[in-house]
Design a protein around this ligand. Structure first.
Ligand SMILES: Nc1ncnc2c1ncn2[C@@H]1O[C@H](COP(=O)(O)OP(=O)(O)OP(=O)(O)O)[C@@H](O)[C@H]1O
Ligand SMILES: [Mg+2]
Length: 392
């Protein structure tokens, strides 16, 4: 187990800066995910922690001690790669044993024929074999130990790669998109297996993904990255409920949050296409910003419901029936808005419906995309409903 501290980590490839000023404290035993769009620097950062890539500036401490000068195998970290990086000519057993043979035997003790002369090898190999079988049992791959990687399914290869990391009993597991080569169903299954593994091992996990669902469902905390910076660090709930930046709001949540460009009136009210939408903001009059509304924050109003500023007329374009719930795609002043409802019974594409929302549920972002608090949200006066009869 170990605490990992990153201090002002910077990284450039030639003229190109890919990481700037990354400060991150990862607690002992924590499961932290690094999430963000492709190219934002997630792999570069995790490779720097592993010692596979030198950083240009800053420092890394593991359990209080600097590790910048240490080589990868000296850092007591183990990395699981997206492509598994297994040796195709070796059996599963040999692949899993490799980190231990590298650690405990000298190069000549690993050479065929010569190695037979080593007393240390005769002593160490049974211990390594026991360790490999014990980890294989935990991952339920004992029956596969004699096979080569080519004779395994994607999910089985992924377990072998995980097993190869586990045999070393590292202080920190570093995982770079380990599930992204698996099909959707297996990914969901392996997600819960990895979470269980983390609970069992109680080791620090740093996990890279560009899949916000993985980030949200597995991690204690999520660091959302963009263009080589950390935009927000917090629990999954914090990132979802209080995104610090419009990019975080957009990235976290499925379906994505609805974003509406607004202008602030003299009275501080947000206006969409010149119409007030019932959200009072702390932004200055005349400025522009963005209002974010989660699909579940919007609802359809009953036809006889009293309307106020927070009700918006929209035209239904498409209904996506997911069984347990429906997604309504609506056109609101030229913007597509998604509303999550329990049922779309009675609704047809082309219907004009009234949308309502509690102004307190609106996220307000300034022109730079940073979160701005909504000022004294007015209590909702409309009666909310999740379904309405067909409007004509
Ligand atoms: N060896 C390299 N030389 C030059 N540029 C590099 C090198 N490695 C990465 N980069 C650049 O650094 C940036 C960050 O790359 P990185 O692989 O860390 O992104 P990522 O967040 O892991 O993306 P993905 O989700 O696609 O894996 C990218 O713009 C990439 O082109
Ligand atoms: Mg990557």
């Amino acid at each position: 187990m170990a605490r990992v501290e990153l201090r002002s980590i910077g990284k450039s490839f030639g003229e190109t800066t890919v990481l700037s000023n990354i400060d991150l404290d990862i607690a002992d035993g924590e499961f932290l995910t690094l999430v963000g769009p492709s190219g934002c620097g997630k792999s570069t950062l995790i490779r720097i922690i592993a010692g596979l890539e030198p950083h240009t500036s800053g420092s890394i401490h593991i359990d209080g001690a600097p590790v910048d000068h240490l080589r990868p195998h000296e850092r007591r970290v183990a990395m699981v790669f997206q492509n598994y990086a297994l040796y195709p000519h070796m059996s599963v057993h040999a692949n899993m044993a490799l980190p231990l043979t590298m650690q405990h035997l000298s190069p000549w003790e690993r050479v065929p024929l010569l190695r037979l002369a080593s007393a240390r090898r005769r002593r160490v190999m049974p211990e390594i074999g026991r360790e490999v079988r014990s980890v294989a049992a935990q991952l339920q791959i004992e029956a596969l130990l004699a096979r080569r990687p080519a004779q395994l399914s994607g999910g089985q290869r992924q377990r072998v790669a995980l097993g190869r990391a586990m045999v070393r009993h590292p202080d920190v597991f570093l995982m770079d998109e380990p599930l992204s080569n698996l099909d959707a169903k297996l990914r969901v299954h392996m997600r819960s297996e990895l979470t269980d593994l983390h609970h069992r091992l109680k080791t620090t996990f740093i996990y890279v993904t560009h899949d916000q669902v993985e980030a949200m469902t597995m991690a204690d905390r999520v660091a959302m990255m963009d263009s080589g910076r950390i935009l927000q660090l917090g629990t999954p709930t914090e990132l979802y409920a209080r995104p610090a930046n419009v990019k975080v709001a957009q990235f976290i949540g499925s379906p994505a949050i609805n974003l509406l460009p607004v202008r602030i009136s003299d009275g501080g009210m947000a206006e969409l296409s010149g119409r007030p939408i019932g959200v009072r903001t702390a932004l200055s009059a005349g400025s522009v910003g963005t209002i974010g509304l989660r699909p579940e924050a919007l609802c359809l109003l009953l036809p006889d419901s009293p309307r106020d500023a927070a009700s918006l007329d929209a035209r239904l374009r498409r209904i996506e029936n997911l069984g347990a719930e429906c997604m309504l795609y609506l056109d609101l002043e030229g913007h597509t808005v998604i509303v999550r409802v329990a049922s779309a019974a009675g609704l047809l594409p082309g219907d004009v419906v009234a949308l309502g929302f509690d102004p307190a549920s609106a996220h307000v972002f300034d022109a730079a995309g940073d979160r701005a608090e909504a000022a004294q949200p007015a209590p909702p006066t409309v009666r909310l409903a999740s379904r309405v009869p067909a409007a004509s």
